[in-house]
Write a protein that binds this ligand. Structure first.
Ligand code: HEM
Length: 142
């Protein structure tokens, strides 16, 4: 027979499910700290990649910092990037660099590896990559 305790458990489960459904990708990624970990795993791969590595400066730290702020904002977190740097205008910011389709694919490939390395669950990994595909191909300019 279902008692009060079972009823409470069901209510709790429903609340949890709703919470998860209304979570932003940002929250599911672990907030700014989760994103920082991804960025830390991502840039060494970018730097080591023959197609895209040479586009980046040796001192990658400032790029990592700006990327952490940007991705937090991009995935639904607080507008940390805009607060410091104004409107993202990311396509325009990438215009000085010759970005080909192959380079967009390389960038996404490094990101896929970084997400896997941080232990993110496959479903979330797919959602994150899907969201990044749009801008990556949009930045193709060469
Ligand atoms: C499509 C392939 C891509 C390539 C080859 C690429 C390459 C670069 C390069 C060379 C820089 C400049 C580093 C410097 O400061 O000297 C940069 C900066 C940046 N990229 Fe990308 N990028 C790509 C895609 C993306 C995507 C998909 C995003 C995010 C959606 C992104 C976000 C950023 C951010 C936030 C910065 C720093 C902007 C700033 O200076 O404030 N990039 N990228």
């Amino acid at each position: 027979m279902a008692g009060a305790a079972d009823y409470l458990r069901v209510k709790e489960l429903i609340a949890l499910t709703h919470e998860r459904e209304s979570m932003t990708i940002y929250e599911a990624m672990g907030g700014v700290e989760g994103i920082r970990r991804i960025v830390e795993a991502f840039y060494p791969k970018v730097q080591a990649h023959p197609l895209i590595g040479p586009l980046f400066p040796d001192n990658i730290r400032p790029v990592m910092e700006r990327q952490t702020l940007f991705l937090s904002q991009f995935f639904g977190g607080p507008p940390l990037y805009s607060e410091q740097y104004g409107h993202p205008m990311m396509r325009a910011r990438h215009l000085p660099f010759p970005i080909t389709e192959e380079r967009a694919e390389a960038w996404l490939g490094c990101m896929a590896l970084a997400l896997e390395e941080t232990g993110m669950e496959p479903q979330l990994r797919r959602a994150v990559l899907e969201r990044l595909k749009g801008p990556a191909y949009h930045f193709v300019n060469s």
